[in-house]
Design a protein around this ligand. Structure first.
Ligand code: ADP
Length: 162
């Protein structure tokens, strides 16, 4: 499987330890992985795309086989079509993630049938971890430094300083 490009797309607003774990495991299976920061019409991110890319790049700076990119826009399927053979990597924290993730996988397969979506189950310690819960905690002045990389902790404190 070492010649397959693995793409791990997401909002990463901001990167959490759950995202780090999925990216590393995808790299270990496929040899390398591209973590792709994509626009999501349904979300209004706290961090700009450039900031999210920079936080991911800092988190993975010392890690061979993991590349971080900002998507130029457009469909994810168009991005992966240009990089075949390719798999789309996503994480699953539990049953709540399934409808949304299967829906994405269905549409990505519709637009690019050659690219399979593969799911990695979240580690038990990350099951209740989400970027939205992290943002909410920091917005109330609480910190979760054990759940996110140090640069994300600093960036959240700066962005949400009261
Ligand atoms: P999106 O807006 O595309 O869902 P997210 O940044 O919220 O972007 O999530 C990107 C991917 O990472 C999704 O597949 C999501 O299920 C997965 N993910 C998010 N948090 C965790 C976690 N704690 N453990 C494992 N996977 C996670």
């Amino acid at each position: 499987m070492k010649n397959i490009t693995a793409v791990f797309p997401g909002t990463f607003d901001p990167v959490t330890n759950g995202h780090l774990d999925i990216a590393r495991r995808a790299r270990d299976v496929f040899g390398r992985v591209t973590v792709l920061v994509i626009p999501n019409a349904g979300k209004n991110p706290l961090f700009t795309q450039e900031e999210r890319v920079a936080l991911l790049q800092e988190a993975f700076a010392e890690e061979p086989g993991i590349t971080v990119c900002g998507a130029p826009g457009g469909l994810l399927a168009d991005y992966v079509k240009e990089r075949l053979p390719c798999v789309i990597v996503r994480g699953l924290r539990g049953a709540e993630d399934v409808p949304h993730e299967f829906c994405n996988a269905y549409y990505n397969a519709t637009f690019c049938p050659q690219a399979e979506t593969v799911f990695f189950p979240a580690r038990p310690e990350n099951l209740f971890l989400s970027a939205s819960a992290v943002r909410e905690a920091y917005s109330y002045g609480a910190g979760l430094p054990d759940c996110i990389p140090p640069a994300a902790d600093r960036a959240l404190r700066k962005k949400l300083a009261r």
